[in-house]
Write a protein that binds this ligand. Structure first.
Ligand code: NAP
Length: 266
C-alpha cells in the first residue's frame, strides 16, 4: 500500500486526484492540505463521500503526523518548491504536477533528491497524449527548420507559457540541426502580450479562455509545407493515469525524474 498526502487537495486537480486514488486498491489517501475549506472531509469536497481525511492548512504538521510515502502537489507556482523541500526534509517523495517552477528551484530539488537518495517526479504534463505529442514533435524537429508553439488553457491558469510548452521547446531546441528563425517580421512589444521567443528562437504563444482545459499545437514549417501536431486534454481525468503511474513508480526511484516520458518509455 502506498500512502499519499495531497497538497492543493481542494483545487481542480487535487480533487480529481482524490477521486482517482479512491479507485486504486494499492494507494491510500492519508492526508490532505489546502488553504480553504480547512476542517472539511477531503472526500466530501471531491464528491466521493466521507474518507475520514480532514483538510489541514499545515503541510509540515500533516507530514509529521501521518508520515506518508508520497506527497502529490497540485498547488501554485509560488509555493510548490517550498512544499517539495518540506516533503524531502521529512523523507517524503514528491510527485509534482504544479507548473511554473523556476529552473533554479528544479535544480535545487534535483540535488536534494540526489543527496537523500529519494525518488521524485516532476511532470509538466501527466497526460499520455501530451507526452506522445512532445515525442512526435521531437522527431519532426529533426526534419523541419522552423517551429512555433501555441498553447491554450482555461482562464484560471496562473502561469504562462505553460510547463508543457516550455518542455516541448526545450526538446525541439535540443535535437534540431538547422534552425532558421524568421528574422524579417518586425516585432512590436506590447505590455500584457502572452508570448515570446524561447531558447533557439522557438516562439511560444499562450491563449487563456474559459471553456478550455489544456491544449497545444506544435506547428512546423518547411519548404512548401507545414506539419501540425496537436493534443487536447478535454477533461482533467486525462492526467490521472499518469499521476497514478508516478505515485507507484516514485517509491522505486532514488533520484528526481523530470517528465512522465522517463517513466513510460523505459
Ligand atoms: P487550482 O484549482 O487553483 O488549485 C490549486 C490549489 O492549491 C487551490 O485550492 C489553492 O488554494 C491551493 N493552494 C495554494 N497555496 C497552497 C499551499 N501553500 N498549500 C496547499 N495548498 C495551496 O489549480 P489547478 O487547476 O488544480 O492546477 C494546479 C497546478 O497544476 C497548476 O500549476 C497547473 O498548471 C498544474 N497542472 C498540471 C498538470 C500536469 O499534468 N502536470 C495538469 C493540470 C494542471 P486557494 O485557491 O485557496 O489559494
Amino acid at each position: 500500500m502506498t500512502t499519499v498526502v495531497i497538497s492543493g487537495a481542494n483545487g481542480r486537480m487535487g480533487r480529481e486526484v482524490i477521486r482517482a486514488i479512491s479507485k486504486e486498491s494499492d494507494i491510500q489517501l492519508v492526508g490532505a492540505v489546502d488553504l480553504g475549506e480547512v476542517g472539511q472531509d477531503a472526500g466530501v469536497l471531491a464528491g466521493i463521500g466521507a474518507t475520514g481525511v480532514i483538510l489541514s492548512n499545515d503541510l509540515a504538521s500533516v507530514l509529521e503526523e501521518v508520515k506518508p510515502q508520497v506527497m502529490v502537489d497540485f498547488t501554485t507556482p509560488a509555493v510548490v518548491a517550498d512544499n517539495v523541500r518540506l516533503a524531502l526534509d521529512h523523507g517524503v517523495r514528491p510527485v509534482v504536477g504544479t507548473t511554473g517552477m523556476s529552473q533554479e528551484d528544479l535544480a535545487d530539488i534535483r540535488e536534494r533528491c540526489r543527496k537523500k537518495g529519494l525518488g521524485g517526479v516532476v511532470a509538466p504534463n501527466f497526460a499520455i497524449g501530451a507526452v506522445l505529442m512532445m515525442a512526435f514533435a521531437e522527431t519532426a524537429a529533426k526534419y523541419f527548420p522552423a517551429a512555433e508553439i501555441i498553447e491554450m488553457h482555461h482562464d484560471q491558469k496562473l502561469d504562462a507559457p505553460s510547463g508543457t510548452a516550455i518542455k516541448t521547446a526545450e526538446n525541439i531546441a535540443r535535437v534540431r540541426h538547422d534552425h532558421r528563425q524568421n528574422e524579417n517580421t518586425e516585432v512590436t512589444k506590447i505590455d500584457g502580450v502572452r508570448g515570446g521567443a524561447f531558447n533557439g528562437g522557438i516562439r511560444l504563444h499562450s491563449v487563456r479562455l474559459p471553456g478550455l482545459v489544456a491544449h497545444q499545437e506544435v506547428i512546423f514549417g518547411g519548404q512548401g509545407q507545414t506539419l501540425t501536431i496537436r493534443h487536447d486534454s478535454i477533461s482533467r481525468e486525462s492526467f490521472m493515469p499518469g499521476v497514478i503511474l508516478a505515485i507507484r513508480k516514485v517509491t522505486e526511484l532514488h533520484e528526481l525524474v523530470y517528465g512522465l516520458e522517463n517513466l513510460i518509455f523505459e
